[in-house]
Design a protein around this ligand. Sequence first.
Ligand code: G3P
Length: 217
Amino acid sequence: MLNMKIFIDSGNTDEIREAHDMGLVDGVTTNPTLASKSGKVFKDLIMEITTIIDGPISAEVVSLTAPEMIAEGEAIAAWHKNIVVKVPLIAEGLKAVKHFTEKGIKTNVTLCFTGSQALLAAKAGATYISPFVGRLDDISTEGMQVIRDIRVIYDNYGYETQILTASARSPMHFLEAARIGSDVITAPFAVIKQLLKHPLTDSGLKQFLADWEKAKK
Ligand code: G3P
């Protein structure tokens, strides 16, 4: 059994560096929204991330036809050996994934919302599937149920596509993803930091230090 991997979902290199220094980050996911927030040229941003994290870094294509996605994805993949080409879960995207798989280029199929979509992505050869659990919760649907469904489907047939729980918004998403056996979870730095917090840790530490000071007098 492999370790559960934690990716940071971010285009902010300061927070990627800080999370890396805490020993928490196995990889990075970005999307066009996060990349645009960074204010950096996309290639510059991705290349800077490669200097911080030695692990899979997802960089998303923004074309809508397979030939364009293939050209864009091949160019992105050539930037660095750790790049994973992120492709939307649409018919043209699956054609591009099939091509990338045949060429040995790793892919992350994104904007997945159902187990059946995940099955199609696995059949096309996706390296990672990214089901967006938070966005399902947003529309009163249990996002984590999709992770359970995909785990069963992939295990039933031995698909090697890794489940990358995405759009994680809370420590409970983490806990549940780990219980289910999601291969990877990606989350913003703020959520990763929330995992650390417990009021009894803070109050216990405060008490220990106060007692230590008293004993010294
Ligand atoms: O990894 C996917 C993620 O970036 C989407 O998160 O919070 O915008 O739904 P969110």
